[in-house]
Design a binder for this molecule. Structure first.
Ligand code: KIV
Ligand code: ZN
Length: 568
């Protein structure tokens, strides 16, 4: 069945063993409130950029993160480079850190790096000192070439030094974060032992000033349910849960970082580290735009402001030099568009009946194919539907309705759809709203043809006001004809005039009219179907200062369409 090479390749890997947690609670829980958010854009995100941010860009990014509402922002790895050191120090020196924001500084658990990190935060009002060490056997054996005991000793030594450093800064509120790197590839009991040692050694954690225990999926090696089980096990096992915040930090190697984060929140974690749009090493960190807006779309206030997401995305794209993917949830260019005709039609109907949603579904927003309101993210309805040759008439009419206020009657929709699709087919690309409008104008309002109406003057009979005498001047192939005819209304008098001019093999079905605009500036629009004996129905559209003028213009437009079609 499978070629032998495929079988051999699969036996190379093994499914990682899950922790045993038969009484797991997380699957039956729901998220009801927001976690705390920590941005690691300026550290984990920045270190993975092909062109890392320069100090000006870092500052602009930091200010963006503050505006969005992040209260924990990892600004640097100060001992790793002079730039990072200077940036950290500059934020403090220039008093650029809002009062309610804790900057975070990362370091390995090594003496000289810890000392240098402390130098960088001198004078800070408040900060999170974030230290990490890899705890997986893979790292311990292959990278460090020592054993678990040595890791434990190194961590205790590091935390002792950090505690002393914090004690030497009595005017600053220094908190500790500890990350057992590669948590998801580590023995959970060993991680627990380390975290208990960190808690004891730090000895300053309280519910007001909690210790942050950050449990990273440094590389996504497991399915999200394993991560959730490990986090629930950890939360249930840790001795002083009231004094700690359990934090998540997932990477996206298997494309499931968002799912892993959401399940691990159900499992008891209270804080999420990640980046905007998932920047970060390899496949990136968890995308906080997606996680936060997922929660928002379920009615949870997140404290993060993404009400102008296009501006945020534009700024991040400019600073990182990396585009946000077209289909990235919430921010991607295509996420509030529908190319398929049936989707466009359903969106149009749902939007038109949105005011019924509270009564029918008990919510303010319920629209087919759109789980959130694009305007909540600063996105606009006008870009809601994109038109290409696969689009249906529903989406095309939607654009004419939404963008231009036109209300073509339903029987006309197939003709409009066909005209726009023919144009898009020829171009072989997506077309925009103004092109749709242009096609509508040139096909239905001003089509090429032999007829031009130079004037029409309908007036009621002096004895019988229901009788109309209409004088019409019509140019046919450039030659003006003038005639007067009677009818029981302005439009029927016009039709009779056409008949007298020999233009007679059609009739007018019921036509549709609307006012466009308001008050004195309103114009009339008429959508008139001409029924030709041999060729079926063709619509023409006319505008005018009153409905009669609009209707006769529409009749002439339809005649021109018919003539052009006939000449082909
Ligand atoms: O991915 C990771 O494990 C990290 C740690 C330093 C928290 O970035
Ligand atoms: Zn990371």
């Amino acid at each position: 069945m499978f070629p032998p090479s495929t079988v051999a390749a699969v036996s190379k890997y093994q499914s990682p063993a899950p922790v045993l947690l038969p009484d797991r609670q997380w699957p039956s829980r729901s998220l009801t409130h927001s976690p705390l958010w920590a941005s690691v854009d300026l550290r984990d995100g920045n270190q993975a950029l092909p062109n890392p941010l320069n100090p000006h860009q870092k500052l602009e990014y930091f200010e963006l993160l503050c505006r969005i509402g992040f209260k924990n922002i990892e600004v640097a790895f100060p001992s790793a480079s002079q730039d990072d050191f200077d940036f950290t120090h500059r934020l403090i020196r220039e008093d650029r850190i809002p009062d309610d924001v804790f900057i975070m500084v990362l370091t390995q658990c090594r003496q000289h790096l810890i000392a240098r990190t402390f130098e960088s935060i001198q004078g800070v009002r408040q900060a999170i000192f974030h230290c990490y060490i890899a705890t997986s056997d893979l790292h311990i054996r292959q990278v460090f070439d020592f054993d678990r005991r040595a890791v434990l000793d190194q961590v205790v030594g590091a935390v002792t030094q950090i505690r002393q450093g914090a004690e030497a800064m009595p005017d600053s509120d220094i908190r500790l974060e500890f990350s057992p790197e590669e948590f998801t590839d580590s023995d959970p009991s060993f991680v627990l032992e380390l975290c208990e040692a960190v808690y004891r050694t730090w000895s300053r954690a309280t519910s007001e000033k909690p210790l942050i225990l950050n449990l990273p999926a440094t590389v996504e090696r497991r399915p999200p349910n394993h991560y959730a089980d490990m986090v629930e096990w950890f939360c249930r096992s840790f001795s002083h849960p009231e004094d700690v915040i359990v934090s998540l930090h997932s990477h996206n190697d298997q494309g499931m970082a968002v799912a892993a984060t959401e399940l691990a929140l159900l499992a008891g974690a209270q804080r999420v580290e990640g980046t905007l749009f998932g920047h970060g090493e390899r496949t990136g960190n968890v995308d906080l735009v997606t996680v936060a807006n997922n929660l928002y779309s379920r009615g949870i206030a997140t404290g993060l402001d993404f009400s102008n997401l296009p501006e945020i995305a534009g700024t991040v794209e400019r600073l990182t030099g990396m585009p946000v993917y077209y289909r990235a949830p919430y921010a991607g260019e295509y996420v509030f568009t529908a190319f398929s005709g049936s989707h466009q039609d359903a969106i149009r109907k749902g939007m038109n009946r949105l005011n019924e949603a509270p009564e029918k579904f008990g919510v303010g927003w319920k629209v087919p194919y759109l789980h959130v309101d694009p305007t909540d993210l600063g996105r606009r309805y006008e870009s809601l539907i994109r038109i290409n040759s696969q689009s249906g008439k529903g989406g095309i009419v939607w654009i004419l309705e939404r963008e231009y206020g036109l209300q073509p009657p339903r029987p006309m929709h197939p003709e409009i759809g066909a005209a726009v699709q023919e144009y898009a087919d020829e171009l072989g690309r997506e077309i925009n709203a103004s092109e749709v409008y242009g096609i509508f104008q040139s096909t239905f309002v001003n089509p090429q043809g032999p007829y031009r109406l130079n004037g029409y003057w309908p007036r009621p009979d002096e004895q019988d006001p229901t009788l109309i005498h209409g004088e019409l001047r019509l140019s046919i192939e450039g030659c003006e004809q003038s005639i007067t005819a009677d009818g029981n209304g302005p439009v029927s008098a016009f039709m009779n005039g056409l008949r007298l001019l020999g233009i007679s093999d059609f009739s007018v079905d019921d036509y549709h009219e609307q006012a466009l605009g308001k008050g004195a500036d309103a114009i009339a629009v008429a959508y008139v179907p001409l029924k030709f004996e041999a060729n079926g129905v063709l619509y023409g559209v006319g505008t005018g200062t009153n409905i009669n003028q609009a209707a006769v213009n529409a009749i002439v437009a339809a005649l021109n369409r018919w003539s052009s079609a006939h000449q082909r």
